[in-house]
Design a protein around this ligand. Structure first.
Ligand code: COS
Length: 385
């Protein structure tokens, strides 16, 4: 039984229909080519789905966290690469929801409402899991900051209009010297470097960002100088469940594809052996458990309650389930599994255990919550649907 409201079920049905029409038929082509999918931004424009996290006051849909999760699961079912484009754009908005002024929200959200996308730039060669060890700098000069440095493995980078970039305003202070900034595409000195070729989510765009004496207005500082690490951590709390949603979509698709194939193999009355039947039952149990943990984490966030540990739990659990189920699905379906969409699902699942914080980092966050009292609730806008 679903615990979704009638409105959420309607949004879920719309997302599922969109995915069936605009994503599933094209996913294989873009995966094979390893190319980004600009057509999808056009197809999605009218629905304003890329503004699903934007407050209504700024022209967005202001979906609750749970509703966003439902949409992302539907997209993950269709293609985790294309769903990553949406999830990563929402991730970039989250930093602005956490720390942006009204003017900054307008600056950042206007493009989203027009159907454009954004990027979140935290990771650097020296700062992956150790997010506080970045080397990029932002030096205040009059009423501007001058950014130098680079970011790597940045989703959407080659196609985003707006970026949230983390850089050191006080290098001597280490992670307490990190600040967050809005940077717009086309700012002189800001260029795109290497485009990464990947095992999975191959249609998502992953690039390096390069900053050479990039002047931005001082008004683009999010929050205060030195607050960047906290803004990033709050942002990742908000964003990690999106990976759980994508993982859930992947796992559900793998199960459905197995069932579809088996229905073809076994004529009406014949049944697969019990070993296979029990495997399908176990998959279903794990998917449902993952879904309930995701919904629980999203309900906590929508209620304004602390959910940092649950955010890490749902990301970890769902992505581990997705990896396990897609791998099992390939194995169970043998040569068919290895040569069909199941193979793509398995390749796509791997990144779920890695990006937006590896599952090792999630276990660090969870174990800290087990060992220490909970942090206070994160104040973010509460959604509508
Ligand atoms: N909400 C609010 N503040 C938080 C927070 C949260 N969820 N988590 C940490 N903070 C605060 C801490 O309170 C600390 O501030 P104070 O020193 O003022 O107390 C600051 O942020 C730094 O946190 P912490 O001391 O825990 O830093 P550590 O270096 O020990 O660990 C981890 C930080 C490992 C958790 C962090 O580096 C991390 O999440 N790494 C993974 C990064 C990631 O997910 N990258 C993916 C990028 S997007 S694909």
């Amino acid at each position: 039984m679903s615990i979704l409201t009638a409105e959420q079920k309607q949004i879920q049905a719309q997302a599922t229909a969109f995915v069936a029409k605009e994503i599933i038929p094209f996913a294989e082509k873009f995966d094979k080519a390893g190319e980004f999918h600009p057509y999808l931004l056009d197809a999605a424009r009218e629905s304003r789905i890329f503004a699903m996290a934007v407050p209504m006051a700024f022209g967005g849909l202001e979906y609750s966290a749970l509703t966003q999760a439902v949409v992302l699961e539907a997209w993950g079912y269709g293609c985790a690469g294309m769903a990553t484009t949406l999830a990563a754009s929402v991730l970039s908005m989250d930093s602005v929801l956490v720390a942006g002024t009204e003017a900054q929200k307008k600056q950042f959200f206007d493009p989203m409402v027009r159907g454009e996308i954004g990027s979140f730039g935290l990771t650097e060669p020296s700062a992956g899991s150790d997010a506080g060890n970045g080397k990029s700098t932002a030096v205040r000069v009059g009423d501007e900051y001058v950014i130098n440095g680079s970011k790597c493995w940045i989703t959407n980078g080659g196609y985003s209009s707006v970026f949230v970039i983390y850089a050191l305003t006080d290098p001597a202070a280490g992670m307490k010297g990190i600040s967050a900034f809005i940077v717009e595409k086309g700012t002189p000195g800001f260029t795109i470097g290497t485009v990464d070729h990947k095992l999975g989510i191959r249609s998502s765009n992953t690039v390096e960002l390069l900053f050479k004496d990039v002047h931005i207005p001082a008004a683009n500082l999010l929050g205060k100088e030195g607050e960047g690490m906290k803004i990033a951590m709050k942002t990742l709390d908000m964003a990690r469940p999106a990976i759980a949603s994508l993982s859930l979509g992947l796992a559900q698709r793998a199960l459905d594809e197995c069932v579809k194939h088996m229905q073809k193999l076994y004529p009406e009355k014949a049944q697969p052996g019990q070993t296979l039947q029990f495997k399908l039952a176990d998959m279903r149990i794990e998917i449902e458990a993952a879904r309930q943990l995701l919904y629980h984490a999203m309900n906590l966030r929508d209620a304004g309650l602390p959910y940092s540990a649950e955010s890490a739990m749902t990301k970890t659990f769902s992505s581990d389930v997705a990896m396990k189920i897609t791998t099992q699905a390939v194995q169970l379906m043998g040569a068919y599994g290895y040569t069909s969409v199941l193979a793509k699902l398995m390749r796509d699942a791997k990144i779920m255990q890695i990006y937006e914080g590896t599952n090792q980092i999630q276990r660090l966050v969870i174990s800290r919550a087990v060992l220490a009292p909970a942090r206070p609730a994160v104040a973010v806008q509460k959604g509508g649907n």
